[in-house]
Structures are given as C-alpha cells and as structure tokens.
Design a protein around this ligand. Structure first.
Ligand code: SF4
Length: 286
C-alpha cells in the first residue's frame, strides 16, 4: 500500500491468477470511504482515465470485490485503530461496475445484509459511465443503492471524445434510465463532472449543464482533472472551477467541488492503473 500525505491510502491487491487491482481508502471527518474496483482494467476506454489505458483484463468475482473491503478494513483496524470506521462504499475504482453487473449487485447485497456489514443502502454508491445494458437491469435487480453518472459534458461531441461509449449509448438514452432510479424524497442522482482545462470548463459548458439538469433530482460533483503520466489533458485553475460552480448555482442545483485526495500517490479519481509495476506490497483480497 501507499499512504498519501493527506492520509488517503492506495492498496494494490494481487489476485489468485497474478493480476492486480487497486482499492483506495479515503478519509473524511474521522471516517473513511472505501473506493472499490469492479474489474481488472476497463473496456470503456475513457480518454481521461488512467485505468482506461489498461484495457479490460477480466471481471472481478463477488468474492474479490468483497475481499477488497475486508482487506482494507483489516489494515485500517491494525494501522489506525483510533478511527477505523468505513462508513461509505463507492464503486468508483477500476472498471465500469455495470459491465460486471452480477458481481457488483451481489457484493452490494452482502454489504447491506444483516449477515454482512449491515450497511445502509444509501451509504453505497455505484458509479457508471452510462452503460445502458446495466442501467436497464438496475430497476429489477440492484438493491436500493445510490447511483452516480459520469456526465463530464452535456454536449454529445465532447462527451464522445471523453467517454467513447457515448456514441453507442448516448446521453439522451442514458438520462431517462438514470433519473428513474432514485427512490425516496431525499434521494438524488449524483452527476460527476470532470473539469478539464480549455475543454469543458467554459461558461457555455456550465450553462448547458445547468439547463440540462435544472429541476431534476440532481446533485453535481465537480472534479478538477487529476493528471497522470502521459495524459494530454490539464487541470483548470481554482478560479475557473469556482466560476463554473457559480454558474451552476444560478440554476439552483446543489453542487460541490470534490477535494482532491491521494493525488501524490496516483490514488485520486481517474488515476488508478494496476498495470504499473508497484514498489509496494501486495496482498490477496480473496
Ligand atoms: S472512467 Fe471508469 S468507465 Fe471510464 S475507463 Fe476509467 S474506469 Fe473505465
């Protein structure tokens, strides 16, 4: 594992066939979120994502997904017993979770079960790039967990460039499926918006995003791009991020700017890549 100066911890687990997968523990307010991977690599090939460069090696089994949590909890209890509580689970590590639907579904059921972690469903979030075949199964098969959609642009042409599957599963098809998912008055869809310098961080992008999501059960998470070796994209200035949020605020959509955590050890959003040779220890989660 590697520890960031901000106490984020990145783990590299070696699986029984020798492949590796990364998991991240993210501290907040004396508790932790565990960011789990669902696949070794990923087939979606998003151009801003370090994992996408790996290609898809294989799906993780339910045991390998649950095992990641057991592995990081064991480390946490030993290394930081004073604050060893994992309160949230996010499927935002390596892989497109809905491309490995059954294993992700079953692992979430185990986390929720009285015989598992007894975690409240609202403490679990599954993120997707908009993989429609999985979204179509969600309503009938997925437990009542939260959904986060990687939006990144309201414009087809730009979203095609960032998330190539947008050509096959365009936003016009994805949005109605996603919007139908949250249940209960206080539930909403999280829309992740990766801000990339001089690409999707302009005022026209902010206004179009606001117009697209205004009046919906939406929560926007702005993520300033986290650079990784070899990427062509750059991070916007802090002021640009603040200005983007200010425009969204005029549409009265709750919006937060995600604090970057773990970027010094390539553990931040979009930076995971388990094909890099590690200089740190590996344990098997399952
Ligand atoms: S952003 Fe997610 S879906 Fe896209 S390539 Fe990376 S891991 Fe896969």
């Amino acid at each position: 594992m590697q520890e960031s100066t901000d106490e984020t911890v990145k783990f590299l687990f070696e699986l029984s066939d020798g492949l590796r997968v990364e998991t991240v523990l993210i501290p907040f307010q004396g508790k932790y979120s565990a960011c789990l991977s669902s696949q070794v690599g990923c087939a979606m090939n998003c151009t801003f994502c370090h994992t996408g460069l790996q290609g898809l090696k294989r799906n993780l089994s339910t045991e390998e997904i649950v095992g990641q949590l057991l592995g990081v909890q064991t480390w946490l209890t030993q290394a930081r017993p004073q604050d060893d509580y994992i309160s949230n689970i996010v499927y935002m590590g390596q892989g497109e979770p809905l491309h490995n639907f059954a294993a992700v579904r079953d692992s979430a059921k185990i986390f929720i079960s009285q015989h598992g972690l007894s975690l409240a469903p609202r403490k679990i979030t599954v993120s997707t790039s908009g993989y429609t075949p999985g979204l179509e199964r969600w309503k009938h098969e997925m437990p009542d967990v939260n959904i986060a959609l990687s939006l990144h642009s309201p414009f087809s042409e730009k979203r095609n460039q960032l998330i190539p599957i947008n050509r096959r599963y365009p936003l016009e098809e994805v949005l109605p499926l996603v919007e139908a998912i949250p249940t209960g008055k206080k539930r909403f869809v999280t829309y992740e918006y990766l801000l990339i310098k001089n690409f999707n961080d302009g005022s026209e992008d902010a206004h179009a995003t606001g117009a697209l999501l205004q009046g919906k059960k939406a929560f926007i998470n702005l993520i300033p791009f986290n650079p990784f070796p070899g990427t062509r994209y750059e991070r916007p200035s802090d002021q640009t991020v603040i200005d983007f949020k200010a425009i969204l605020d005029t549409y009265e959509i709750p919006t937060t700017i995600r604090t970057t955590k773990g970027d010094d050890v390539l553990a931040a959003c979009g930076q995971l890549n388990s094909s890099l040779r590690p200089a740190y220890c590996a344990e098997s989660p399952a």
